[in-house]
Design a binder for this molecule. Structure first.
Ligand code: F0G
Length: 358
């Protein structure tokens, strides 16, 4: 009998893609076995598009801390460790802080995380606290927090692990490798939410490197989506007071703006905004029709695809990136669902049966 694949064989993405990454035999590898996330067909979305289109989600919410950030963080923290660093810092809308806290802990480093007070989803805040980071909540938004941590990292011996750290993007590009390795080719479209635009930049790097090496013949069209209230890349502006239910991408002045704009001006990218209600509609479709729970920022990739429905090429293959796990933001889930939730029931059979409609 054939031996089933054993997940324990997966060594984490640095070992899996070592030759594609800036590591040497002496780099200490700090890993939680991130990567190797599933590419799941989502027929409910494909059916809405019709014309033979195949749609998959890259469910990166299944990484060890529940978001794609772990791909970048295994690299950033391993390289920080290699350089002898003892502390790291980041600004975050939540996921970067969760990931940095976990990986810094494993690497024996202190983690300082700056977050916008009141605008980080509960699950993410809980993670940073559980992993023992020093959490600094400011009365200001993410953009302000990023300005502050950049200054602190210049002045003090603390390594910045936001996506301005080039090792973050190196790690994150492996998601593009995994997609090509799974499909045997690049998808026709890659749909992805954008905040600071680090991830879209990393995917683009990954696809280009694989194409250059002959691992795929084509490059996907990069479809980047932002929430309407926080869409500086779509409208080519800076948003002073960004606003959206998708707090992960509540960013008004993306630090990777130029890299994102280069993708767009190369003719390989298209950016579009999606409203909060379009995001929530997509979020609900994934939950109710696919059994896939992502966070609202991630659902922007599906919302954008549905909005661009008319332009989808016939018989194409599309991958939407689900960047974060739905469990990160329980408040959003509880406030945005169509479930029948009967509360305060008397604890007897008759009441329960009646509530069940029996
Ligand atoms: N999706 C999720 C779930 C995110 O947490 C983020 C960014 C993005 C998408 C956008 O990725 O910034 O590379 O374009 N979160 C950062 C954070 C800002 O602090 O966790 P991007």
């Amino acid at each position: 009998m054939a031996k089933p694949p054993v997940m324990q064989d997966w060594p984490g993405l640095i070992e899996a893609y070592r030759s594609w990454l800036p590591v040497s035999s002496t780099t200490p590898v700090i890993t939680l076995k991130e990567g190797a996330t599933p590419l799941i067909p989502v027929n409910s979305i494909a059916e809405r598009l019709g014309r033979g289109v195949k749609v998959y989600v890259k469910y990166d919410g299944l990484n060890p801390t529940g978001s794609f950030k772990d791909r970048g963080m295994t690299m950033a923290i391993s390289k920080a460790k290699e350089a002898g660093c003892e502390a790291v810092i980041c600004a975050s809308t939540g996921n970067t802080s969760a990931s940095a806290s976990a990986y810094a802990l494993r690497g024996g480093m202190r983690a300082f995380v700056l977050i916008p007070d009141g605008y980080v989803a509960q699950g993410k805040l809980a993670q940073a606290l559980v992993y023992g980071a020093e959490v600094l909540a400011i009365r200001g938004n993410f953009d302000r927090a990023l300005d502050i941590v950049q200054e602190i990292a210049k002045k003090y011996p603390i390594t910045l692990v936001n996506s301005v750290n080039p090792y973050r993007l190196e790690g994150q590009k492996t998601a593009a490798f995994e997609i090509v390795d799974a499909l045997g080719e690049a998808p026709d479209w890659l749909c992805i939410p954008m905040g600071n635009a680090g991830n879209i930049t990393a995917y683009w790097m990954g696809f280009q490197e694989y194409k250059k090496a002959g691992n795929c013949q084509n490059l996907p069209k990069m479809m980047g989506f932002q929430a309407s209230g926080s869409a500086p890349l779509v409208f080519n502006t800076t948003v002073k007071e960004p606003d959206t239910i998708a707090t992960a991408i509540r960013i008004g002045n993306p630090v990777n703006r130029e890299k994102a704009m280069a993708i767009k001006s190369s003719g390989n990218g298209e950016f579009l905004d999606v409203t909060d209600s379009e995001i929530i509609e997509a979020y609900k479709i994934l939950g109710q029709e696919e059994g896939i729970f992502c966070e609202p920022a991630s659902a922007a990739s599906i919302a954008g695809l549905l909005k661009r429905k008319a332009e989808v090429p016939e018989n194409s293959k599309i991958v939407c990136v689900l960047t974060g796990n739905g469990l990160k933001d329980p408040d959003c889930a509880i406030n945005n669902n169509d479930a029948s939730f009967h509360t305060n029931l008397d604890p007897d059979i008759q009441t329960v049966a009646q509530a069940m409609g029996l």
